[in-house]
Write a protein that binds this ligand. Structure first.
Ligand code: B12
Length: 302
């Protein structure tokens, strides 16, 4: 896999060090990119960026630039990682909060372009689980809370969701996942309209190269029953945000399944007590995106 390389402008923005200073550190002390484009433009890899970060940190503490550069250049990849780890934690918390706030304010001003840019940047800077768990889900919850207290209209919530759905589908499409057709099925419970978590699961599986049959929102139980009979999948993920009725017909449908099927349920809508696994069907609960994906990736018995 080729690593991502960054322009001097992007590194300047990321680290808060002026581009002119970066160029001068490169020219004078050799603290710069290990690659250049054919046209001679600087291209920084992750290790180059960490070295620049060490340089920035030392000079900010008053260490003369030449000595700072000598120390930074003597560090190998492991040492650089140790040296910059604390920065990363602080940075990632700040990045996370500012991304959540940026999503909410773009939603509030119905700014689809900014929403799309923030989602894309988050997906570029983080893996999918971290993007969803640390940025998208908290932003959705904040959007939901603001809708709940009346400070944000439902149109803003729709836009934030629609644009996110597009970006998650783009991840799925670009990952070109493959798998035996219909072996993993993802669906929302009957009448359940919240399907973004389903797309997040589909995108995470896709990023592992695994395709799933994503059936989206409001899957009628009868239709699901028919599909199960015809396709006999080995794994089924079901999402519910809204509380399910006590006499859920779905459990009867699952009790009639005669082949090995791992059912994973997710979302706050499912009852506390799930039906006990019986016969060839197991029913487990996933508490987060990584738990759901791991259960689906490791399951399957055919
Ligand atoms: C976007 C949204 C919508 C969109 C959905 C668009 C779409 N394509 O999905 C639209 C506008 C359609 C919508 C409609 C409605 N919505 Co709505 N919606 C939301 C919102 C803002 C985000 C939903 C979401 O994706 N959540 C995903 C994550 C962020 O949800 P979470 O529950 O917090 O996640 C928890 C766990 O599940 C877990 N987790 C997080 N991510 C993942 C991923 C996986 C895979 C797993 C396993 C676990 C997991 O961690 C969290 C902590 O426990 C939520 C706010 C919220 N707090 O979720 C409201 C929210 C869910 N909606 C709500 C309501 C009331 C509705 C409506 C009934 C409104 C109405 N009167 O019409 C309708 C219809 C509902 C229906 N029948 O399905 C309420 C639900 C209250 C309740 N519990 O009953 C919420 C909580 C808003 C609120 N603050 O009141 N909604």
């Amino acid at each position: 896999m080729t690593s991502v390389e960054w322009s001097v402008g992007t590194v300047a923005e990321r680290l808060g060090v002026p581009a002119a200073t970066l160029r001068s550190w490169d020219r004078r002390y050799g603290i710069g990119p290990s690659q250049r484009t054919e046209g001679g433009h600087r291209r920084y890899g992750e290790e180059d960026i960490q070295r620049v970060r060490v340089m920035a940190r030392f000079t900010a503490r008053g260490v003369p630039a030449q000595s700072a550069a000598r120390v930074a250049l003597s560090m190998d990849a492991d040492r650089l990682l140790i040296e910059t780890d604390g920065d990363r934690d602080a940075r990632s918390t700040a990045d996370r909060q500012s991304a959540v706030e940026a999503i909410c304010s773009a939603a509030l001003s119905l700014d689809a372009e900014s929403l799309s840019r923030i989602y894309q940047r988050t997906l570029r800077d983080r893996d999918l689980v971290s993007a969803w768990t640390e940025v998208f889900a908290p932003a959705l919850r904040t959007v939901g809370d603001r809708w709940g207290d009346g400070s944000l209209g439902v149109e803003c919530e729709h836009l934030a969701s629609e644009v996110l759905a597009t970006e998650l589908r783009t991840v799925i499409r670009l990952s070109r996942p493959h798998a035996p057709n219909g072996d993993i099925v993802l669906a929302c419970a009957d009448e359940e309209q919240h399907h973004l978590p389903l797309l997040a699961v589909e995108a995470e599986l896709a990023s592992h190269g695994v395709a799933a049959l994503g059936l989206g929102a409001r899957m009628p139980t009868d239709a699901l029953q028919r599909l199960l009979k015809v396709h006999r999948p080995s794994r089924l993920f079901l999402w519910a945000s809204i509380a399910r009725q006590v006499d859920e017909r779905l459990w009867q449908v699952l009790a009639d399944v005669s082949w090995q099927l791992d059912v994973v349920v997710g979302g706050p809508g499912w009852p506390h007590d799930l039906p006990a696994s019986s016969g060839p069907v197991t029913v487990t609960r996933a508490h987060d995106l990584s738990g759901a994906s791991e259960a689906l990736l490791s399951g399957g018995h055919r």
